[in-house]
Design a protein around this ligand. Structure first.
Ligand SMILES: [Zn+2]
Length: 408
């Protein structure tokens, strides 16, 4: 008699368990089940095999999906989720024909966000961030990348970083996006600076027309790499400037936006193993072209989908909306979009061995849909199909409420 696997959480009653263990059919298993211990998945299989294989602790949690579809939580690999102030009126002004330059000249645009973010006390930024993370989670995102970059001074960037780490069940990857790297007050003391910023995982640069040039980006990359950071880049969004090729040269974890990426760029990204992050919500908001995500996949480039959540160009924390846009506007199949929103996002954060799929050894992060099939996701658009989420096995949420009740 073989010994049973000990677990403190089991999921049963899934009409379809979408494991993402492979691209084909997203690794979906009809009537699949899983078990976890201490937040890590220890068993995945058919529900009929669950009882024979797994022993649940007496005080263990049993999640019954009631015939619904269960997916890995979404991994949103590109957000600017820590900021203060609001810019809703700019959206209306832009639709009314005002240019971004005119909005900037009137004191709005990114400058308004930087001003409000600098002025906000840490506690206020933390409160705003937690409320946004609640919403990310309610819409099915269990891992989210958060960038700084609205501080643009050492003190304000550190405050943003601290707010990004606010106590909340959603798993976070942190990216510094400072305008200048080692700031003058730390000149000659780079180690001290590292001590202050090393809570971040990545450094990201906005390399584009009107932002930083390839040569300036290269200088930031050199400094960041010397300090041990992994690299990301905003590239080829506004014009074709060479940012994608630079990402390949420096072995960035991801290159993001890529609306103007060409065939040579794709070949370089693929050869260097750089993940292409497409942000269709931004194209939707700005009424611009969409990144050629279809070509990324056809050329064998690893694709991630993300929201780009930010107050200026994409005020949307809902990965379900991004998946719908990717299918409608980028011509991805629903399964390609779902894979890019989970495993693709994980790869864009270097977390592909930890999150993004429901496999033994990975974190027990899953969402329960109010639907029996994953095919409802891009098709039934404009509503929230996520009914419950589990992050790290033990922490549960339901209907957007934090902690306490699990999905039922
Ligand atoms: Zn961005």
């Amino acid at each position: 008699m073989s010994e049973k696997i000990a677990a403190d959480l089991v999921l049963r009653g899934a009409g379809e368990l979408v494991t993402m263990s492979r691209r084909e059919e997203c690794g979906a298993v009809p009537r699949g089940a899983l078990a976890a211990k201490n937040g890590t998945i220890v068993w995945v299989g058919l529900e009929e095999g669950l009882e024979g294989a797994v022993a649940v602790a007496d005080d263990g949690v049993v999640v019954d999906a009631g015939g619904a579809c269960v997916l890995p939580g979404f991994v949103d690999a590109h957000t600017h989720a820590v900021f203060a102030g609001e810019r809703a009126h700019e959206y209306a002004a832009r639709l009314g024909g005002m240019s971004y330059a005119e909005i900037l000249a009137g004191g709005g645009g990114i400058n308004a966000t930087v001003r409000a973010t600098r002025e906000a006390p840490l506690e206020e930024l933390e409160r705003l961030t937690r409320a946004r993370l609640d919403s990310f989670l309610a819409h099915g995102t269990t891992t989210v990348e958060v960038k700084t970059g609205y501080g643009l001074s050492l003190e304000a960037e550190r405050k943003q970083l601290a707010a990004a780490r606010a106590d909340h069940p959603v798993r976070r990857a942190l990216t510094l996006m400072p305008a200048h790297f080692v700031p003058p007050e730390f000149a000659g003391r780079p180690d001290d600076y590292v001590k202050h910023v090393c809570e971040a995982d990545f450094v990201d640069v906005f390399c584009d027309e009107g932002a930083f040039t390839v040569e300036q980006t290269r200088r930031v990359f050199e400094a960041a790499r010397a300090l041990g950071f992994r690299l990301k880049v905003h590239a080829e969004e506004l014009a074709h400037t060479g940012g994608a090729r630079l990402a390949a040269e420096y072995g960035c974890v991801s290159a993001d936006h890529l609306i103007y990426a060409d065939g040579d760029d794709l070949a370089a990204l693929r050869a260097a193993g750089v993940v292409a992050v497409a942000l269709p919500g931004t194209s939707y908001t700005l009424h611009t072209d969409y990144a050629p995500a279809r070509a990324f996949l056809d050329d064998g480039v690893t694709l991630a989908l993300a929201t780009d959540f930010n107050p200026g160009t994409c005020y949307c924390e809902n990965m379900q909306a991004v998946i719908s846009l990717a299918c409608q506007e980028m011509r991805l199949t629903p399964d390609e979009a779902l894979y890019a929103a989970t495993m693709g996002g994980a790869a864009a954060l270097g977390l592909q061995n930890e999150v993004g799929s429901l496999e033994v050894g990975k974190s027990c992060d899953f969402i329960v849909l109010g639907a029996a099939s994953r095919h409802e996701l891009p098709y039934h658009f404009g509503v929230n199909l996520v009914e419950g989420a589990i992050v790290g096995g033990a922490k549960t949420v339901s209907g957007g409420d934090r902690a306490g009740e699990g999905p039922s």
